[in-house]
Design a protein around this ligand. Structure first.
Ligand code: RIB
Ligand code: CA
Length: 310
């Protein structure tokens, strides 16, 4: 039986690749895609998610708009990374498939109540506003969530939007605190692992050789990587969000450890920091499987093989 997942997302080129990987993989059943404000405002993330579904030939996928701002702060966006549309690199046609009428938070609640307890995995790859709002609005769903596999946070890699914080957590630290304290089985893909999943010329050319979908992905990564290459002087850009889907498909690609992770929500200096007790120096109970490493060659081989199926 395919694993039932809901992808919560703020597309974003790397989100888009994660969505394509999920839609190309028969091991997964995407029950819905819930959009959140993050890389770009909600109106654009809801358009971009549908552009990606149509690129994959999947107008059947239900796409929902969710929260348009964080729980308790002004929205911070990242057009400087993703471009003004959030999917810069190539112009895709405006989506024809409709946005679902229900709010994403209500879809999350209704689906978790309708599906068998523990049978649904949530895959948040943007700020955690929708997930935290659903947990606050309907506390009964927390125990029904099978697992949360999220992209966010950092330890050795520290921060990418401030010296201390990774973007998804920084945008809505209050939401992240709710999710990390929820008691749900968490798998965390931080910058420590995503920064080891770098695009390179050969990897991008392998995408480009796949045909239409690969050409689009290569155009996105060509655009998306310029920021990270300038900033880090690296050979390519980290494909952050697809790491979550790849973990669902083949966890042997990754290594990590189960540790305690808490979220800084008070200090302006370190707001949004994931305080990861990697070395077990506190007595705080472990609450997350925090991933530290990846076999990048096998990851890109899996990604390329799956994109070729679309
Ligand atoms: O810090 C990387 C994360 O922020 C990724 O999810 C990217 O899409 C942006 O949302
Ligand atoms: Ca994202």
């Amino acid at each position: 039986m395919p694993r039932k997942i809901i992808i919560d997302t703020d597309p974003g080129q790397d989100d888009a690749v994660a969505i394509l990987l999920a839609l190309a993989s028969p091991e997964l059943e995407v029950l819905g895609i819930t959009c959140v404000a993050g890389n770009v405002p909600l109106a654009l993330t809801a358009i971009n998610a549908r552009k990606v579904c149509e690129l994959a030939g999947r107008r059947d996928v239900k796409v929902f708009a969710g929260c348009d701002r964080p729980l308790a702060r002004a929205l911070v966006t990242a057009e400087y990374v993703h471009g003004k549309t959030g999917l810069d690199g190539i112009d895709l046609p405006a989506p024809e498939m409709p946005l679902q009428k229900a709010h994403a938070v209500d879809f999350l609640i209704d689906t978790l109540r309708a599906e068998a307890p523990g049978s649904v995995t949530l895959v948040p790859i943007g700020p955690l506003t929708n997930i935290a709002t659903a947990m606050r609005k309907a506390p009964d769903i927390v125990a029904r969530i099978g697992q949360i596999v999220l992209m966010g946070g950092a330890y050795f890699e520290v921060g990418n939007v401030t010296p201390a914080a990774e973007f998804n957590i920084y945008v809505d630290p209050e939401a992240a605190e709710i999710v990390f304290k929820s008691g749900v089985d968490l798998v965390v893909m931080p910058l420590d692992v995503t920064h080891k999943a770098l695009t390179t010329r050969p990897r991008i050319e392998a995408f480009r050789a796949l045909g239409r979908v690969g050409e689009v992905v290569a155009s996105w990564t060509d655009f998306f990587e310029r920021f990270d290459m300038e900033k880090y002087g690296s050979e390519g850009a980290p494909l952050h969000d697809p790491c979550t889907i790849a973990w669902l498909l083949d966890p042997s690609l990754f290594t990590g450890r189960r540790i305690n992770v808490e979220i800084e929500t008070r200090s302006e200096l370190t707001l949004g920091m994931t305080v990861a007790d990697w070395w077990g120096v506190t007595t705080r109970a472990p609450n997350a499987y925090f991933v530290g490493d990846i076999d990048a060659d096998r990851f890109y081989a899996l990604l390329t093989e799956r994109l070729a199926r679309l």
